[in-house]
Ligand binder design. Sequence first.
Ligand SMILES: [Zn+2]
Length: 401
Amino acid sequence: MRGFQAVPVAAVLLWASVAASAQVSKPPVKWSASPNYTSSTRESSYDIDAVVIHTTEGTYSGAVSWFKSPASGVSAHYVVSPTGEITQMVADDNIAWHATYYNKRSIGIECAGYAGKASTWTPALLDSLTKLVAWLCVEYDVPVVHPSGNAYDEPDDTYKKSGVVAHSQVQPWNKSDPGSYFPWVSFMADVAALIAPGTPPPAPLGLSPDGDAPATSPVTLTWSPMDEFAVDTFHVQIERWNGYAWVLHAEGFPVAATTTATISTAGYYRFAVWAHNAAGWGPGSAYAEFYGMPAPPVPAAPAALSPSGGTSKWGPSVAFKWGAVAGADKYEMYLQYYSGGSYKYYYAWTTTTNSKTVWPSATYTYYRWWVRAHNSSGWGPWSGGGSPSAGTGAAKFYFNK
Ligand SMILES: [Zn+2]
């Protein structure tokens, strides 16, 4: 949910907990109590709003015996094995010791395996973890989201987001678990699907552009990805104001949360988005409106090139100049030199100004050159109406040194 956290998170939470609770039950666990915890009466003492995912960096049995040892001073509420067995070691009401300043607000789950090994994420482990996290989200109203960023993004290097988080987000300075192989996107989609099967996605949010500066064709339209709703297709409808009414301009069915719109007539446009998953189409979003402008024509060919006309230039450098072209954001200058009976490539430069100084290394020979201008629509024609590849239309000079 890049960039559009606040509203969707609340919406997800409400939607998930209302639609859900009946289907999700706690998966079977084997109890093996750890002495390492702070006694509490959550959620009356502290609200549980996060689940922290860890890897043990060792075996399942090794982690369980480590957490049973008073000397270790660490624990987790649950440990999940590669075969999907779950050992509960601290009651949810109590505070396990797994993520320093996040302990009071969270449930800690250790996955037997290694942050640096893809083989940690067996289907059986992920299946049990999905069921456990889905139940925890429903039971304690933990948002069904994996929030972005880490502690370094926030004041006092203190992470503050609710949802299903990585240990590495809470303590980025010394923790990397559960690591880059953990499949966050599919995992969160599976959790959401378990919590609310048969529920179409809600209306998409975070549509852009929306009322901002004029957008030049092709316009990139985006909205929040909604990974947690297992969306497989979006429907995008773009309309144009023709002075009397909104008329259909274009529509599409992208699978990612973005598409582009080609604008050939300047004016007001609006678009709405619907999301689809296995359960069907959800409701449409609110319209986002923007002022769309056609792409400008490519820039004209630069003129007034200097040096040109076969003039003789004395070294050591040559100051190339040409007339600025309206709307250009950069230029490409292409230079050839005469050697062994033909013109050969010397070099090409890209510059944002309409001049370039060069120190040619081949002396007492002819040079020829071209320049062209670029804008948001692409490259314009070469100066002189020709091209380097055809060898025509060049500006030419003799370099003496
Ligand atoms: Zn950890």
